[in-house]
Design a protein. Structure first.
Length: 197
């Protein structure tokens, strides 16, 4: 089974002919009612200036009465790169121009991907950060504290337990703050973040 569109002709103010791959008849707009009743026309595509759209109301009503689908080429703003889609506000139709995606599934996929990538990076970087802390920060802080405590007559020896408690406290605070930021990012409106990307 093959589906295709067959171009019947063009409508304009005056009759004539238009040459494309073959010659097409150019019918005057006043003959539209006669054409709709005399032939099987499924769809009409209007390409008019935005200033003439208000004058086309009678033509749209005629097509509506005859059960013919009408489409309008929306090139009012040729330099706008936004996606154009039709929406409704109550009973009023809205022509919406948007540079951000409005597809809820795509937004959900982006949100889930962001959360998963953040968790993966956190799990991958946690051992590296812990290793850096153990190999660099602990010996350096032990040396600095021992050197500083030598100047006191009475001092307490610094054991490994002090560094372990400090390390676990730092890890707990870090995980708590990262978890808070992850939950905050997951609950944020993705539209706001997509506008800046």
């Amino acid at each position: 089974m093959q589906f295709f569109h067959e171009l019947m002709g063009f409508l304009d103010e005056a009759p004539g002919e238009i040459q494309l791959s073959k010659t097409y008849q150019q019918y005057p707009l006043s003959r539209l009612r006669e054409l709709l009743r005399g032939q099987v026309i499924d769809e009409i595509i209007f390409a008019v200036d935005s200033g003439k759209l208000s004058e086309m109301e009678e033509v749209f009503l005629l097509c509506d009465e005859e059960g013919v689908r009408t489409r309008v080429v929306v090139d009012f703003f040729p330099h706008v790169n936004s996606q154009v889609y039709l929406d409704r506000l109550g009973t009023s139709p809205l022509l919406t121009f948007s540079s951000t995606p409005h597809d809820e599934i795509r937004l959900l996929v982006k949100r889930v991907t962001d959360i998963l990538l953040a968790c993966v990076w956190l799990l991958l970087l946690l051992p590296v950060m812990l290793l850096i802390a153990v190999l660099v920060a602990f010996p350096l802080s032990w040396w600095a504290m021992s050197h500083w405590l030598k100047g006191f007559a009475y001092r307490v020896p610094i054991g490994v337990d002090v560094f372990l408690i400090a390390g676990f406290s730092i890890m707990f605070i870090t995980m708590l703050s990262i978890s808070f930021q992850s939950v905050k990012a997951a609950r944020a409106n993705p539209i706001k973040s997509l506008r800046t990307e």
